[in-house]
Design a protein around this ligand. Structure first.
Ligand code: SAM
Length: 402
């Protein structure tokens, strides 16, 4: 079986492009060289497609139509390889290297062809998610180390989104600038400078399920602010770990000054400067402070009709989450409401995020969201609700005070 797989691979290091007789060869590091080769009579099996660059390796004979294009493509990651790459120690290194070489080659071949590039990333992301699912913690740590020293990493790091998360210029992966790459898609902000390949990968990664969830989360929060402003006159609102508070761009209530106090709190002074500069005109107040101050009762911001936090609990331990939820509850006025968001387990990008972005979220189940409320006295609670955003990647916990 293994020999069969390996013999498949002997044919895999060239591809045929739509340019007649133009063939790209790939070295062991996945670096492409252009070459001329007779289009017929070769011992290698290939056939040209009229409109797309086709990888002719017989890596996996199964084909799937690309969802958006109907273009038939060979699949790069064989299920059996994945299983072996994870579960058979004697074969693990070989199969993992084959997978990574294949991904690096495909990324370069696909540059310029959006459909193929997206398919390559799709397959790689799903494969890494599956590996993560199958692997023990030690095996996954080993995968991370090996992937990061493989040339595929420098290719995906041409994407500014992947690279910024990995490099963490503000000390953690999900800083507010990074989230602006995600929100920028809806706001039609220009993409950050990058190579042509980097821009294509950026186009893919900022559309993937986790960023889709983050955009849906922002829309949800904006609607929530509008709703509370419909129900009460000039409600006071607090956002904890507010980042750039981009939800205000979607909130009619904020723009029309139908909110009372709107306080944005974040540990990052640069983010708070931006919020003051851009949204001070809507009456937004800023507070540079770490949640540590809240957790140790060293910060009194007042009382609020709505207190919410998005993009923070995914990094907090359960003990800190419980404590912070209890403190947020204590900041509510009567009938006030707190909302916290967290990623649900199972997001498709998880393996890619952990390996190439070094972005490690704590995923939480419905049960764990409710567990966060367990230090709030039961008699003070009017109701608890849980709901997920439209993509089912992010869950919201809402607790209403009596
Ligand atoms: C993923 S961003 C979310 C920003 C915003 N809430 C959103 O959803 O777009 C996480 C934010 O948490 C802030 N943050 C991280 N650790 C913090 C802490 N200990 N105290 C306060 N803010 C913190 C970061 O500065 C960053 O702006």
């Amino acid at each position: 079986m293994i020999e069969n797989d390996l013999s498949d691979l002997t044919n895999r290091r060239f591809s045929v492009t739509n340019e007649p007789s133009s063939i790209r060869f790939f070295g062991p590091t996945g670096r492409a060289q252009m070459g001329q080769r007779a289009a017929s009579g070769s011992a290698d099996h290939y056939r040209a497609l009229p409109t797309v660059t086709l990888h002719m390796a017989t890596v996996d004979q199964s084909r799937e139509d690309l969802p958006h294009t109907g273009v038939p493509c060979p699949r790069i990651f064989k299920r059996a390889w994945l299983d072996r790459a994870v579960s058979l120690p004697s074969e693990r290194a070989t199969h993992r290297t084959l997978l990574l070489d294949e991904a690096a080659d495909r990324l370069q071949w696909a540059a310029g062809n959006r459909a193929l590039l997206h398919q390559t990333l799709d397959e790689m992301i799903v494969a890494l998610r599956d590996v993560r699912r199958l692997a023990t913690a030690d095996e996954w740590a080993d995968w991370k180390a090996v992937c990061r020293s493989h040339p595929v990493t420098s290719l995906v790091h041409e994407d500014p989104f992947t690279r910024r998360a990995f490099e963490k210029p503000r000390g953690h992966a999900g800083d507010a600038e990074l989230l602006d790459y995600i929100y920028g898609r809806e706001e039609v902000w220009p993409a950050p400078p990058a190579s042509p390949l980097g821009l294509q990968i950026f186009d893919y990664t900022t559309r993937s399920p986790a960023p889709e969830g983050v955009r849906a989360r922002r829309a949800f929060v904006a609607r929530m602010i509008d709703d509370v402003a419909d129900e009460r006159r000039f409600p006071d609102v607090l956002s904890i770990a507010a980042g750039h508070l981009r939800e205000v761009l979607l909130s009619a209530a904020v723009k029309r000054r139908r909110v009372g106090r709107l306080v944005a709190m974040d540990a990052d002074p640069l983010s708070m400067e931006l919020v003051a500069r851009e949204y001070g005109r809507f009456g937004v107040e800023t507070e540079v402070a770490s949640i540590r101050k809240l957790l140790t009762n060293q910060l009194d911001l007042g009382s609020f009709d709505l207190v919410y936090s998005t993009g923070l609990f995914d990094y907090l331990s359960m003990a800190s989450s419980r404590r912070l939820v209890t403190i947020m509850f204590g900041m509510l006025k009567p009938s006030g409401c707190l909302v916290v968001a967290n990623f649900l387990p199972g997001v498709r990008d998880v393996g890619y995020m952990e390996i190439f972005m070094d972005w490690n979220l704590i995923f939480r189940t419905r049960y764990e969201m409710v567990e966060m409320t367990m230090e709030i006295p039961q008699e003070a609670i009017r109701g608890i609700r849980l709901f997920a955003e439209e993509n089912q990647n992010i869950i919201f916990l809402e607790v209403v005070k009596k």
